[in-house]
Design a protein around this ligand. Structure first.
Ligand SMILES: Cc1ncc(COP(=O)(O)O)c(C=O)c1O
Length: 397
């Protein structure tokens, strides 16, 4: 508020705008109500319907719906056979789940630095971190932009590693014309409300590998099976099942599945609008002193989940926090994605030191996430641009 007074004038917006918001229409509501009136709230037909839809969307052979994106990552690590003592390489610029999934399996997350232009994990840094203990790479499509899949796949193939693509941000994105979900050994999605497609909560793993698929099905329901081929001995009757491994209750409800299915019908619309907004932001900010644009690789046709404003702090008389707070005073409520995972106390106590990924750490100091969601009006977009111009104009050296 102090900054508002210094800058003078009223805020550029009368009402608050947040960095993300879900879009729910009448069709979504009808889909949920239909399930509520049906016989199955969970373990019902909506789950398979959603899984078929995800396969159709991505071209992957198999999809397994789970309770959230974190469960999907945990399931992917389980299916890949990751165990105590293994190492899993990932980026520090992500939500903690991308690294926690390795810890859940007793493995050690190893952080590889990012490419300073795309903000995604750098394939060369991955190659440097591979040891005889490395079992997998969790490559995060940060902001929705696909990672450099060809290079990462080549490293994984050469070193015998499983490639898990964390596509929590990237549903609908294409890499070289191929949908995310069909390329990596396993790809995970999240359907959290700020994501492009939501189910309130929800997640999925996509794969072309039947063995991974079968292991994921077991993992999702306690390690329990009714498959005669998987059971030890003969079935005692229709009620019979066996627990053959330790799994979890990571099931999605039919209520979530129906909402996600209905949302997926709007994905082409969501994609178009998100791309329009990103284009408008890029045009407005390109060449503006104090801003560095995120580079997009030509291979990625991106459905952008997050718009990152990277500040060139050397050109500004302000810290990131000053800019963040000044935008808040303009009623533009931003966020920051992400604090490097190993900065958190839990990771520090595990022995991770600051300084291991200098480019990621530098990026973290400079970034602010601007509002980006389907239902933003053109007026909303323009007021965010005006707010950024006003604040940076004030602080420019
Ligand atoms: C990159 C990334 N991975 C994984 C997750 C975990 O997804 P969920 O919140 O659905 O568990 C998120 C969610 O915020 C994410 O952003």
């Amino acid at each position: 508020m102090e900054k508002l007074a210094i800058m003078g004038g009223a805020p550029v917006r009368q009402t608050r705008i947040s960095y993300g918001h879900q879009f729910i229409d009448e069709k979504d509501i009808e889909a949920v109500v239909r399930v509520l009136k049906s016989d199955y709230l969970t373990c019902g037909p909506e789950i398979e319907k959603l899984e078929r839809k995800l396969c159709k969307l991505t071209g992957a052979k198999y999809a397994v719906a789970l309770s959230n994106g974190t469960a999907a990552l945990h399931g992917a690590c389980y299916a890949a056979g990751i165990k105590k003592g293994d190492e899993v390489i990932t980026t520090p610029i992500t939500f903690v789940a991308s690294a926690n999934c390795a810890l859940y399996c007793g493995a050690v997350p190893v952080f590889a630095d990012i490419n300073e232009e795309t903000f995604n994990i750098d394939p060369e840094r991955i190659a440097e971190k591979v040891t005889p203990k490395t079992r997998a790479v969790v490559a995060v499509d940060y902001t929705g932009q696909a990672v450099e899949l060809d290079k990462i796949r080549e490293i994984c193939h050469r070193k015998g590693l499983v490639l898990i693509e964390d596509g929590a941000h990237s549903i609908g994105t294409m890499y070289k014309g191929i949908p995310v979900g069909r390329i990596a050994d396993m790809t995970t999605f999240s359907f959290h409300p700020v994501k492009t497609v939501t189910g309130g909560e929800g997640g999925a793993v996509l794969t072309n590998d039947e063995e991974y698929y079968k292991r994921l099905l077991l993992f999702r329901t306690h390690g329990i099976t009714r498959e005669p081929g998987l059971m030890n001995g003969l079935s005692s009757g229709d009620w019979y099942y066996q627990q053959i491994d330790l799994g979890y209750n990571y099931r999605m409800t039919d209520i979530q599945a129906a909402l996600i299915s209905s949302q997926l019908d709007k994905l082409p619309l969501f994609k178009r609008r998100r791309q329009e907004i990103v284009k408008r932001y890029d045009e407005a900010f390109d060449g503006m002193q104090g801003i560095i644009l995120q580079k997009e690789i030509k291979e990625s046709d991106t459905v952008r989940h997050l718009y990152i404003l990277r500040l060139d702090l050397e050109a500004l008389n302000a810290s990131r926090k000053d800019i963040f707070n000044a935008l808040k005073a303009e009623n533009i409520f931003c966020n920051v994605h992400y604090i490097p995972v190993y900065y958190f106390e839990y990771y520090q106590k595990l022995g991770y030191n600051k300084g291991i990924c200098p480019k990621a750490e530098r990026l973290y100091e400079q970034i602010i996430t601007l509002p980006l969601y389907f239902s933003m009006t053109d007026e909303d977009v323009e007021s965010v641009i005006s707010g950024v111009k006003k604040v940076l104009g004030y602080y420019r050296k």
